[in-house]
Write a protein that binds this ligand. Structure first.
Ligand code: AMP
Length: 214
């Protein structure tokens, strides 16, 4: 079974993906992480992606689709898509790419979080550059301040979590990604986690797990 997590930046997609990986053995496909790795490895592709990512803008469909296509050649089962697709064009291309490897998207989980909560979450978010787990300076503190519980790496703030970049990212979400909710809501396997802002990550996870076995 393949799963997609849909939701605004900061809605908790990464946190839920981490739980699904740890507890149910899924593999997370985060296009943001794949591109941040290209940037860290200083590849030409990374330099191109970085131009957009540093501004909080979406990377062009052609580039992101090619990265995902390459990934799907070797992995196409038990995946969790986190942050892809982000445009209708990507969603249509993903359907084709999965069909080409005899696979499909089984569940699309929309995590619905209010915008004021999103802003609070992103403004306090710190992440581990090694294992990618995210923490929050107030609500999800690591055991030792500034240090990842999993691997001892020094936690960092994502450059695109700066307030002016967040505004651009949220605008891109409203304009380009939100239409995907309509697109998927008419398809089988669509799961709407409503008012997820009121719930903690574990409760959201339990709701998702229940839906997956239906
Ligand atoms: P994320 O880690 O998912 O929050 O993504 C961080 C940034 O990477 C986004 O703000 C975009 O600049 C870029 N990005 C990640 N996934 C995509 C995608 N599917 N389409 C376009 N840009 C993306």
């Amino acid at each position: 079974m393949n799963i997609m997590l849909l939701g605004a930046p900061g809605s908790g997609k990464g946190t839920q993906a981490e739980k699904l990986v740890g507890r149910l053995g899924y593999t997370q496909v985060s296009t943001g992480d794949l591109m941040r790795k290209q940037i860290a490895d200083q590849t030409a592709l990374g330099a191109e992606c970085g131009k957009y990512m540093n501004e909080g803008k979406l990377v062009p469909d052609q580039i992101v689709n090619a990265i995902v296509k390459d990934y799907l050649e070797t992995n196409h089962e038990k995946l969790i898509f986190d942050g892809f697709p982000r445009t209708l064009e990507q969603a249509l291309e993903l359907e084709k790419m999965l069909a080409e490897v005899n696979s499909k998207m089984d569940k699309v989980i929309y995590i619905d979080v209010a915008q004021d909560v999103i802003l609070k979450r992103i403004s306090g978010r710190i992440i581990c550059p090694v294992c990618k787990v995210s923490y929050h300076v107030e609500t999800r503190k690591p055991l030792v301040e500034g240090i990842c519980d999993n691997d001892g790496a020094t936690l960092i703030r994502r450059p695109d979590d700066a307030p002016e970049k967040v505004a651009v990212r949220l605008a891109a979400y409203e304009a380009d990604t939100k239409p995907l909710i309509d697109f998927y809501s008419n398809k089988p396997g669509f799961i709407h986690i409503e008012e997820a802002s009121e719930l903690d990550g574990e409760t959201v996870y339990q709701m998702i797990e229940k839906e997956l076995v239906k």
